[in-house]
Design a protein around this ligand. Structure first.
Ligand code: PMP
Length: 368
């Protein structure tokens, strides 16, 4: 096939190799998975089934059903936002793609932290934008001087992801205020990826968007993680109305709308009480963090999401992951999420038993 140049801007080989290897292992200890280990709650499933049975299977309005848009809008009103519009999209990923498509020209630059969620780099490159990496090593915190270093006059946008994939770090109020001020000074659009908003372990979720001017702020989120609906493709974007209008026009000629039954189910999913899940995942966070620090791994304590990002004891993430796989442990090399190859990502969205098994293997590898 004769591909367009942009096709070659996407490279998923790093993560694919891990999945290919995973397929060859027998009963591996799999700590590589980026999705919750719980199923969609029954109330949400029932809502989807009822929707399908009662004929809610047709296209919805391009921007999503009115009740769901109102519900999402109310959610942000309760958090102190006002005057923005809502578009319902195919997962948080849908919001990321559509917003980058309508906001960035080829050659525009976009800043985000390194390590980063993989999609940011590849989507940006796919549309011809240039990623600018904000170094957050070794503790994955945001520092003004690193923002300055990453910035150029061509930067149009900054993505903030808190709680963060792959580090699990939750940014403090001071860090978020600093980003808000920086964005104001440099006239940057702020995209806040809040997909892990319900999974915070040491306090209430603070939206990065609380500290930025609403006129320059976009929030993307969805129910993949909280309701475990990863396969249902349901997310939304909240932001200035002209942006939402532009995204709707692209959605009209591409995805058309988010899946109708998933939109009905989202009316229930959005109200789920996450207290018990949070408690359980907090326990797992403690097990993995204490386990790894006890073994002497260099690691920062995650405040949210379900990832931890330790440094490889050899300083080489890829080599370490190859060794781990020989020991039947699956984790993801840090270079999939970073311009440097020094760390690896563990997902703790698994049972405590699996986590302890993983810690045992990681301990054994250190002893060798
Ligand atoms: N943003 C981040 C930071 C994520 O980790 C993920 C899922 N791995 C997404 C966005 C995409 O989520 P969705 O399923 O809603 O498209």
């Amino acid at each position: 096939m004769k591909f367009a140049d942009r096709r070659f801007q996407i490279d998923s080989s790093g993560i694919r190799k891990v999945f290919d290897l995973a397929a060859t292992l027998e009963n591996p200890c799999n700590l590589s998975i980026g999705q919750p280990d719980y199923d969609v709650p029954d109330a949400v499933k029932d809502a989807a089934i009822d929707a399908i049975r009662s004929g809610k299977n047709r296209y919805t309005l391009t921007a999503g059903t009115v009740p769901l848009r109102e519900k999402v809008s109310d959610l942000y009103k309760q958090r102190g936002h006002d005057g923005g519009g809502v578009i319902v999209v195919a997962g948080t990923s849908g919001g990321l793609l559509l917003s980058l498509l309508v906001l960035l020209n080829p050659g525009d630059e976009i800043m985000f932290t390194d390590p980063y969620f993989v999609m940011y780099k590849h989507l940006a490159k796919f549309i011809g934008a240039v990623p600018r990496y904000i170094n957050t090593y070794p503790d994955f915190r945001l520092r003004r001087e690193e923002l300055e270093k990453a910035w150029t006059p061509k930067c149009k946008m900054i993505i903030v992801n808190s709680p963060n994939n792959p580090t699990g770090i939750v940014y403090s109020r001071e860090e978020l205020e600093m980003v808000g001020k920086f964005a104001e000074e440099k006239d940057l659009i702020v995209l806040s990826d809040e997909i892990y908003e319900h999974l915070t372990y040491d306090g209430e979720f603070e939206s990065p968007a609380k500290y930025t001017d609403p006129e320059r702020t976009i929030i993307v989120s969805g129910l993949s993680k909280s309701a475990g609906m990863t396969g249902w493709r349901l997310g939304w974007t909240y932001g200035p109305k002209d942006l939402i209008q532009a995204m709707s026009e692209v959605q009209q000629y591409s995805f058309v709308c988010a899946p109708s039954p998933a939109q009905e189910a989202a009316l229930v999913g959005i109200d789920l009480d996450m207290t018990e899940t949070r408690r359980q995942y907090r326990g797992r966070r403690d097990v993995i963090y204490e386990g790894l620090s006890g073994l002497g791994y260099e690691v920062s304590k995650p405040g949210g999401a379900f990832y931890i990002f330790p440094k490889s004891p050899t300083g080489n993430g890829k080599e370490f992951v190859k060794e781990a796989i020989k020991n039947n442990l699956l984790v993801v090399p840090g270079n999939v999420f970073s311009e440097q190859n020094t760390h690896f990502r563990i997902s703790f969205a698994v049972t405590e038993e699996q986590l302890k098994r993983g810690i045992g293997i990681l301990g054994g590898m250190l002893a060798k």
